[in-house]
Each structure stands twice: as C-alpha cells, then as structure tokens.
Design a protein around this ligand. Sequence first.
Ligand code: GAP
Length: 460
Amino acid sequence: MTERVPTKVNMEKIVSLCRRRGFIFPNSEIYGGLSSCWDYGPLGVELKHNIKQSWWRAMVQERDDMVGLDSSILMHPHVWTASGHLKGFVDPMVECKSCHLRWRGDDLSSVNCPSCGGELTEPRLFNLMFKTFMGPIEEEANIIYLRPETAQGIFVNFQNVVNTTRKRLPFGIAQIGKAFRNEITTGNFIFRSREFEQMEIEFFVKPGTDGEWFEYWLEERLNWYVKLGIKRENLKLRQHTKEELAHYAINCRDINYLFPMGWAELEGIANRGDFDLVQHANSSGKSLNYLDEETKEHIIPYIIEPSAGVDRSALAFLCDAYDEELDKDEIRVLLRLHPSLAPIKVAILPLSRREPLVKLAKQISADLRPHWMVSYDDAQSIGRRYRRQDEIGTPFCTTVDFQSLEDNQVTIRDRDSMNQIRIPISELKNTLQAKLEGEDLFVLPPGGKIWKEEKSPDSP
Ligand code: GAP
C-alpha cells in the first residue's frame, strides 16, 4: 500500500530531477555555463514539444477563427520604433556601489543592495532588447534587434493574412517562437531567462466588443491549463494597475501560478486596443484598415492578446505534476503529467535480458513506435525501471515476462495508482490508446484481467 507524504515541491527538487533525468541542462556547461540560458535535453525537448503541440491544436487547429504564422526573429528596425519598444521597453537598473551587482530597481524591497547591503546608485533606464548588426559592417545604420516578443511579427503581417485568408473579424493569428530579452536580473531556473519561447495570440475584434473578448480569453486560457492537469487552486488572475500597464495596453490581467518561489506570472492577457495597428500604419505609411462589410466602414480592429511562455508553462506543469509518496520503505517520486504532455507515453520493459524475452519486447516496441514516443529499457531491476519511468512521468509501463512467451499477454502498469492489468498483446495498441485518452485502467479489453491492485483508483 502506498501513502502520500506531505510534498513540499521546491525549486531544488525540480532542478535536480530535470538535470538527473535529462529534461534541462545548464547551457554551455562544460565552459562553466552561460548565465540564465538553458538547454532542453532528450526529455525536456519532448515535454516542450508536447506543450506547444497542445497549445497549437487547441488554439489554432480546433478553431475556425484562428490561423497560424511563423514570422522571422529579425525584423526591420522601424518595427521597434513604431511599437514603442526602443523608447518604452526599459527597466530601471540600479548598481551597488560596493559589489557592483546590478538589480532591477522596481523589483527591490529595500533601498540597499540585496547581496551585500551596500548603497545603490540612482536608477537609470536600461533597454531590454538585444542589439546586433545586419551584414558585415558594424555601424549604427546596420543595427537590428532580436525580437523581445513574437507579437510584432503578427501585427506587420495583419494585412497579408486578411488578404490571403479572407478571415473576417473577429479572428486571431497565433504564433510560437523564440523571444530575447536582456533581463537585468534572471533566475528561478527557466522562469526568467534571456532567451525563451512564447506562444502568442493576437485576436482582432471590432472596437466596442473588446471587453467581452478580453473576458472570453481569460476563461479560455485558464481552462487550457486546467485541462492539461494544472490544479485550479494553483492558478489565479491578477489585475494590472494603471501604473504598471505596458505602454501598449489599455487593460491587462495575468494568469499567475503558485510556483515554488510564490505566485508569479505564467501568462499575460492584454487588451492592446488599436495601438499597434495605428502605430505601424503611421510609421510605414501603409493602410492597416479593415473594411467592415456590414457597415461599409474602414475600421482599425482592437486586439486582445493572450501571451504565454513555453518555458514558464513547462516549469508550471513540472511543479504541478511533481509528487512524492511513501511506497513500502521508500519515497516514490513521480511526475503526474497529463498523458498528452508526458515525454514518453509507454515504456516497454522485458523482465529479463534473456533472448526470447528481449526479442518479443523489441518487437512490441517497434510496433508501438509509429504511434507514440516509446522507451525500451532492459537495464536494472524491474522495480528500479518502474521508478525511473515514474520520475519522468511515463503514464504506462508494459512488462514482458516469461509467461508472455506462452500466453501472448503482457501487463500494463499505471503510473499513478501502480495498478496492473494483463491483456493479450493483440489488444495492446488499442488498450493503450484508450488509457492515454483517459479510460479507467480496469476497463478491460477481451481476454484481459486485473493483475495487481496496489490501491483502489479512489484512494488518495
Ligand atoms: N507580447 C506581450 C508580451 O510579451 P509579456 O508579459 O512581457 O507580454 C508574455 O510576456 C509571457 O512571456 C510571460 O507571461 C511569460 O510567460 C513569458 N516571458 C516573458 N519574459 C520572459 C523571460 N525573461 N523568461 C521566460 N519567459 C518570459
């Protein structure tokens, strides 16, 4: 029997699990690392891919009012003048006069240096955009910027999308891509880094309907996290005050998550009004009007923007899924990841390395691989292999034993309950498919039986 132990998930446990199991590594580690840059390992890249795919499916493919885009990271420098980023995308930076560490002035709770207690300089504004040069000559005229948000690529393509897709208001353009910010202070693992990925929607609506669409998107985005397993009590909305609104926003609410270091922003949902289209129309001299076919008037749509971070989502999904429970005399660590997010969907484990078992297990892996990410593992004891799969969030393990050679059956072990069923190999693919879609483990296919009941599905 298992018993839950009070779990205090903390950042050290998450960082250590991510490193140990190959989710996330420090960047350029063999050279001592590069501050605030992270590399996603074999499991991390699958998790991130699954997050992006779940977002894309729900936000683009399953909707009739959304199209996708993949715009370039490098953009014309005038984009950043028009968007207000050159002038307004700044943080107040202070420097300690003793240890020379730099801090974001608006993040500090004391007037002295948080590291050594030294006196701080007056704040000076620091632009967060990374600069580089286009072409071989490093001169002022060739300066361009790495985009600090993916949104601008959408605004400058607004007319292209309207002309080529015939989408009518209200409709949205969605984009997933890298963004770069030369943050003054980074930290809390992948929560704030200088290179990260965003999943952004710019949803174009008729002015006057923006209020209701703003509320709609708050609800829609909250539900997306909950459907993928985040506990509702770990999410809350935070209204921005007038003073903290970004230069482009007329309203903004954050979806905050209870990260190990406290409540912090997971996603921002802003009403950007007509700021961006007006700015780009004025700056480029090109019309970004939209012809309202009902009224025959040219209007500038308002924009509701749900803007999420892939890396912050990954961190939230990992923290929320992390669990520890007492199993016999050991602590079992597991990630209760939603099956759609789990990096590996099923692990195939032969009970021994003896030839006939390995051959059958490898054949089963090969048969399942076209359908899902499958892991084949024949090293160490079966108990250790189960633990390893629990720790990386694999929803199901299929064990091939000596009896399998005779009865053509295998067991399926459920990660969360550790219950097991035994079913014919011929039913394996369809049964796994049903279980990954949420069917109860004890709903059995023809010829199947309950094999091991560790704890009832209703016990905590
Ligand atoms: N286009 C609007 C925009 O970029 P934002 O609130 O600055 O708004 C949106 O960023 C999301 O991008 C955040 O909620 C967060 O998830 C992610 N994000 C922003 N800065 C980040 C950073 N330095 N590291 C990791 N993620 C970041």
